[in-house]
Design a protein around this ligand. Sequence first.
Ligand SMILES: CC(C)(COP(=O)(O)OP(=O)(O)OC[C@H]1O[C@@H](n2cnc3c(N)ncnc32)[C@H](O)[C@@H]1OP(=O)(O)O)[C@@H](O)C(=O)NCCC(=O)NCCS
Length: 369
Amino acid sequence: MSEIPVEAQVPPSTNFSEAVKKPLQACNTADSAYEKLLPFSTDLELRERYINFFGGLRLGKLLEDLDLIAGQVAYKHTEGWERGLTIVTAACDRIDLLGELRSDRDLQLLSSINWVGRSSLEVGVRISARKGKSWQRVARAYFIMVARRAGKAEQVNKLEPSSSEEKRRFQEGEQRQLQRRAIVQTSYLHNTPTAEESRVLHDLFLRIKNNEIVGTAMQKSVRQSTLLMHPQSRNVHNNIFGGYLMREAFELAWNITYLFCRKKPQFVSMDHMYFYKPVEIGSIISFTGTVIYTVDKSLMVEVVTEVIWPKTGETQVTNICYFTFNTLDDSGIPQKVPLILPHSYEEGLKYLDGAKRFKLGEKKRNYSC
Ligand SMILES: CC(C)(COP(=O)(O)OP(=O)(O)OC[C@H]1O[C@@H](n2cnc3c(N)ncnc32)[C@H](O)[C@@H]1OP(=O)(O)O)[C@@H](O)C(=O)NCCC(=O)NCCS
């Protein structure tokens, strides 16, 4: 039996020929906003499905829900089913933990469109936990959904933000879309490190060489999982459901953190989950995770997802993403993590990339809106 939500696989039955002829109309944020409740405090069967070995929330499962509701909101805003569109997840740009995620508290997932481009939309999801009679925000996520028709980008309805809050979200969404383009340009695959970054790397190299620093070689943190993509993990478009790929990448990163620190991992953030290519049923996917950066009580794991076509053996990277974790002792107190040490030039570049992303993540998490 498939473990992924059934709504991710079965399209609603709609009459599509009528609305497709309508001209595109601007829509309000409220028209497509969506709320999903996960009543963990009372529904023990539901809780059982989301719980991990430590009694905490299995975040990978929650990622599937987030991807699913982001898709539902995007389909509603664009009248996607009626207009015969295919809406795909292009990216889950960020998920940041801002409070405590507990398996014994009800969760509320509130989702709405923040920003709309031509064929792309940013969907924001706010995750809140019930505390007494009120909801307290504990995490936030941004998804980029893209509308396609016959394999080509298709224009979607504009968004008409009305309240000052909606206008703020729209502007911030637009800013983030510009930042996404800028970040791609700063990749070390296209740019050499700055003088300051080279100095950091050289300093690290000397300290490793002179045995002035104790840590674990980056290569030793590498772990892989290889999976065949079964039809049970498909989405409504008969490709592999993005939320499932997110869950698998997350769980590998979680396992790597657990084995690297030998302490309970606490998720802090995920960034750059970009889906470059659809993954077909029957392909083999390899996830390779590496601890690329450590600082005091946090670490960052990079997970590279590659598709391997069994008949030809060809491979292609479909996604590279980054997870930040803290580790906790039995009383829930954050602990120091072992230092990661890069030994090759490529590892050094990954280390610098991790440092840059970690700083950016801290800035985003400290931004409270
Ligand atoms: C997402 C995807 C369709 C983009 O393809 P593409 O050839 O880059 O698309 P286009 O150049 O036509 O761009 C279309 C829009 O998407 C936006 N876009 C594409 N990738 C993006 C990304 N990673 N982040 C933000 N926006 C993105 C473009 O800016 C453009 O926006 P606009 O029309 O509002 O200006 C393609 O990479 C893909 O099919 N990925 C796999 C999706 C998938 O399988 N997801 C998981 C299962 S649903």
